[in-house]
Design a binder for this molecule. Structure first.
Ligand code: AG3
Length: 287
């Protein structure tokens, strides 16, 4: 089969691998002060949001990414009141958080307001959590924002892009220290930490940096399958400001997970933290 490049969007990774989707229409294209934003309609995955040439949201699998970013930590937290999402301008992470009625304050800190305004138009079902009365949006640099907060959040979710362009600052040790400092005792931070297959160096280095800040046994990676991201096997890393909770056995889970989810449940939770040998090696985890 031949591919007519005028009808396909292809994300090339490192110039040596690619994932592509045929599109029926290009709905939006803009250059924001930070990045190029594109939105396509595709027969295979529905609408897709592309930032600087990389898949961010695909209607067909976005629930997997956002549920797995948010619910594992929320299930482990006792009594969280305040949550922060850094990045995540599409609103998908906030939309998962508003499902927790006991959260009082849900802040989104996104550097690029144009991502949010375009997603509100083209992905209303993803961004609708932003309309919740508890949701507050701050359009500014996430590293600067978090550095101004201390002992404030119960949960922080870093929904970053790859470590290039505007996302680069979200992979620095000083940023990780500010995140730890912004957490209340017992708080949890979750970072999207890229593909252990195609971005194995970034994964490995990021987990190492997180361990150096949170403690060796307090930065725990877990996995989910996100078909529209390079390598599909995708990682997140959960970090504890205080004692590490038992991640795999759910004995301490608060059982408060919303009923209407499409991916996450307590067995998926345990499976996600059960790591393949090569991932344990990349994260230097010894059982
Ligand atoms: N967060 C971005 C994950 C990185 C994807 N990388 C890539 N396609 N090269 C997605 C934002 C969703 N809220």
């Amino acid at each position: 089969m031949s591919i007519n490049q005028d009808e396909w969007f292809i994300e090339a990774y490192d110039g040596i691998s690619a994932f592509g989707l045929k599109f029926s229409e290009k709905l939006y294209e803009a250059q924001s002060p930070f990045q190029k934003i594109e939105i396509f309609e595709t027969p295979a995955m529905g609408r897709v949001l592309i930032l600087d040439g990389c898949f961010m949201v695909a209607q067909k699998d976005t629930f997997i990414y956002h549920e797995m970013l948010i619910h594992p930590a929320m299930n482990l937290l006792a009594n969280p009141r305040k949550a922060l999402v850094i990045g995540g301008g599409d609103g998908g992470a906030v939309t998962e958080l508003v499902k927790y009625k006991y959260l009082e304050e849900i802040t989104l800190c996104e550097i690029d307001e144009m991502v949010t305004s375009s997603c509100r138009i083209y992905f209303p079902e993803v961004s609708r959590g932003l309309d919740d009365t508890r949701a507050i949006a701050a359009f500014e640099d996430g590293a600067a924002f978090v550095a101004r907060h201390s002992n404030h959040f119960d949960a922080v979710f870093v929904d970053s892009t790859d470590p290039v362009g505007p996302g680069k600052a979200l992979y620095e040790v000083t940023f990780y220290q500010s995140i730890k400092n912004s957490l209340r005792p017992g708080g949890i931070a979750v970072f999207q930490t890229e593909s252990p297959i195609f971005m194995s160096d970034v994964f490995s280095e990021t987990v190492e940096k997180l361990k150096s800040v949170f403690g060796n046994d307090r930065a725990i990676p877990y996995l989910a399958v996100i078909p529209s991201y390079p390598g599909a096997m995708w990682s997140f890393t959960m970090c504890f400001n205080g004692d590490r909770k038992p991640c795999i056995d759910m004995a301490s889970g608060n059982e408060n997970v919303p009923a209407s989810l499409n991916y996450y449940n307590s067995k998926v939770h345990s499976a996600a933290f059960s790591l393949p040998e090569f991932v344990k090696n990349l994260a230097r985890i010894v059982d």
